[in-house]
Design a protein around this ligand. Structure first.
Ligand code: TMP
Length: 207
């Protein structure tokens, strides 16, 4: 089973992913946790360019989209497909929906072109379940400060992040059978409990 964690910056999805990984391992599942961009040696190098870790490099939104998808293609081929073939549960901290939300809804690139690029990069692999941690953009940005901030948090205005948050909601509404939305403003322990319940139910339905 392939589960993607999505949401605006500062939504707490990485913390929730760690909680769910522990919950599933305790239940006896093999869990493979990955993050985007990154998750492979090539992907981590691409991540440094994309998030400005190697200095402030100018990137056009189309170059962003291509680099995120280059990292994604490598991650799918090197890690995700082999893990799914072994029967592992794969938890991804962001996946293709982030490209649609950030480069599509946020930066204004055509969704249809991004969808074609994503299909090429992933070979058509889509998550079985996407968990959206929804939070108003300003609340998410306020949660992260200083060193933890990415180029997207530093260099893009609140209106951009509001479009991203609205984009995620639109994507969730398009595919209600494959997306589950959580209120990321809830207490982390309570949220972790709700997430585990949704995923346990999905795993039971598949077995
Ligand atoms: P994160 O590791 O803190 O989630 O940072 C990843 C940043 O990259 C975040 O600001 C969202 C952005 N992003 C995109 O713009 N497009 C993408 O396809 C992905 C995966 C991430």
């Amino acid at each position: 089973m392939f589960i993607a964690f999505e949401g605006p910056d500062g939504s707490g999805k990485s913390t929730q992913l760690a909680h769910l990984a522990e919950h599933l391992r305790n239940a006896g599942h093999e869990v493979v946790a990955v993050r985007e961009p990154g998750g492979t040696p090539a992907g981590e190098l691409i991540r440094a360019i994309l998030l400005g870790e190697g200095g402030d490099i100018a990137l056009d939104p189309r170059a962003d989209a291509l680099l995120f998808n280059a990292s994604r293609a490598q991650l799918v081929a090197e890690v995700i497909r082999p893990a799914l073939a072994r029967g592992a549960v794969v938890l991804a901290d962001r996946f293709a929906a982030s490209t649609l939300a950030y480069q599509g809804y946020g930066s204004g690139l055509p969704l249809v072109e991004l969808r074609a690029m994503i299909a090429f990069a992933t070979g058509g692999l889509t998550p079985d379940l996407t968990l959206l941690f929804d939070l108003p953009a300003d609340a998410g940005l306020a949660r992260k400060s200083g060193d933890g901030r990415t180029r997207f948090e530093e260099g893009f205005d609140t209106a951009f992040h509001e479009r991203v948050a609205a984009g995620f909601r639109a994507l969730a509404a398009e595919e209600p059978d494959h997306w589950h939305t959580f209120n990321a403003g809830e207490a982390p322990e309570r949220l972790a409990h709700e997430v585990a319940g949704v995923v346990d139910a999905a795993l039971t339905r598949r077995s």
